[in-house]
Design a protein around this ligand. Structure first.
Ligand SMILES: NC(=O)c1ccc[n+]([C@@H]2O[C@H](COP(=O)([O-])OP(=O)(O)OC[C@H]3O[C@@H](n4cnc5c(N)ncnc54)[C@H](O)[C@@H]3O)[C@@H](O)[C@H]2O)c1
Length: 248
């Protein structure tokens, strides 16, 4: 009979970096990793949000940086060897193609795509064998949605994840993504406070609710842990079933 002597969700000898950690999904992931014992660097551009989020949380140090700026990211992380890296810093501009200006397009790309690249560029060379990278993508990478700049960055994250899984796998580094469905966070809480927006989404979701940041953090903890030790280059859609149904 197999005996389980170790807790595979114990991160107490591990270090982690989480971007977008001042709010929403990133914050829930950073807090859960810290709760599981990891020493966490919580990185975000929002200094006040970081301070508010971690004032009473152990195991977390904060770093203020704009992920779109490689030199700022490099200065914030140095040569630390992280066991877990989770990219979540992101922005959404709610505009269709006609309304999207070149500046809008470049801004979304610079944070949601170049920002992820910058963090990986700064930390991947120092990550040890057995480490894990998790990229927060989106259901919009899988399904037609309204906002082309945002959705294009999320599709690109799936491709980047697969390429890096191939490149970093031989070093024992796993690279996966999570595609959240609709999760109530700072990105959309005003929008979904309006029942006109929330009600149709809830009724199209088989599990009949909007998601919470913790729904994503739970899966991130699994993806970061040895429970997922043979998973790389993969994406998990965490959406209450929204993407599994046809809405017609
Ligand atoms: N909320 C959803 O429904 C949903 C769905 C799919 C994917 N996502 C993705 O999840 C990730 C987290 O978003 P969220 O929903 O938690 O939103 P959020 O607005 O609550 O959090 C995003 C965080 O990113 C930070 N950030 C933005 N630009 C930054 C920059 N240039 N440098 C550093 N930090 C920056 C913000 O300050 C904020 O703390 C994003 O990548 C988003 O695209 C969210």
């Amino acid at each position: 009979m197999t005996t389980y002597t170790t807790n595979l969700l114990d991160f107490s000898s591990k270090s982690a970096i989480v971007t977008g950690a001042a709010s929403g999904i990133g914050r829930a992931c950073a807090r859960l990793l810290a709760h599981a014992g990891a020493e966490v660097v919580a990185l975000d551009a929002d200094a006040a949000g970081l301070e508010k989020s971690y004032a009473e949380v152990d195991n977390v140090t904060t770093a203020v940086a704009d992920v779109a700026d490689l030199s700022r990211v490099q200065a914030a992380v140095g040569t630390m060897a992280f066991d877990v890296a989770l990219n979540a810093a992101g922005v959404m501009i709610r505009k269709d193609l006609t309304e999207t200006s070149p500046d809008d397009w470049n801004r979304v790309i610079s944070v949601n795509l170049t920002g992820y690249f910058n963090v990986l560029k700064a930390i991947a060379p120092h990550m040890p064998d057995g480490s894990a990278i998790i990229q927060i993508a989106s259901i919009t990478a899988h399904l037609g949605y309204r906002y082309p700049a945002y959705s294009a960055t999320k599709g690109a994250i799936l491709a980047l994840t697969r390429q890096l899984a191939r490149e970093l796998g031989p070093r024992g580094i796993r690279v996966n993504s999570i595609s959240p469905g609709v999760i109530v966070t700072g990105l959309n809480d005003t929008y979904f406070a309006d029942p006109e927006h929330a009600t149709p989404t809830i009724s199209q979701t088989p599990l009949s609710r909007l998601g919470a940041p913790e729904d994503i953090a739970n899966v991130a903890l699994f993806m970061a842990s040895p429970l997922a030790s043979f998973i790389t280059g993969e994406d998990i859609l965490v959406d209450g079933g929204l993407g599994s149904t046809a809405h017609f």
